[in-house]
Design a protein. Structure first.
Length: 151
């Protein structure tokens, strides 16, 4: 395919520099735009993409160099992360304390429930005995007077 005057033949790295993205970002953009990719005869040669000149910005976007303050930004970010980790540890420790307190309260509540259940069962047993006695008295009272006398 002959090169048109309004097309540029760029590697993905070069295209990425012109667009201000990584070479993978440039590859994805070329695929999305449908720009033709040409592979060289040598397997080690990088693939090149045919890009229309009007698709590229007039001036490539500015990229920060990795040496202008990135170490201090890294240190600042690490300090922020360390502070966040410290806050999370304090919150986690407090959560553990609350868990221990709640487990103690739960054990107390279970003990109180068991005691109340035992009292209820004792009252139920006493009530059953009283009910049985009252039923016997009602049954005796319903018998005719002459049977009660005869015994």
């Amino acid at each position: 395919m002959p090169e048109r005057s309004d097309d540029l033949l760029l590697t993905f790295a070069e295209l990425g520099e012109r667009l201000g993205v990584s070479s993978d970002g440039a590859r994805m953009r070329a695929k999305r735009e449908g720009w033709p990719v040409e592979r060289g005869n040598d397997s080690r040669a990088p693939a090149r993409v045919r890009v229309p000149v009007d698709a590229l910005p007039e001036h490539p976007p500015e990229r920060r160099s990795k040496s202008d303050g990135s170490a201090s930004e890294f240190d600042e970010r690490m300090a922020e992360l360390a502070a966040s980790v410290a806050e999370l540890r304090v919150a986690f420790d407090r959560t553990r304390e609350i868990e221990v307190e709640l487990r103690g309260e739960l054990a107390d509540a279970r003990t109180r429930a068991a005691v109340a259940e035992a009292k209820l069962e004792a009252e139920r047993s006493g009530s059953q005995a009283l009910i049985t006695e009252l039923r016997q008295q009602i049954e005796d009272a319903r018998r005719p007077w002459w049977r009660r006398l005869a015994g």
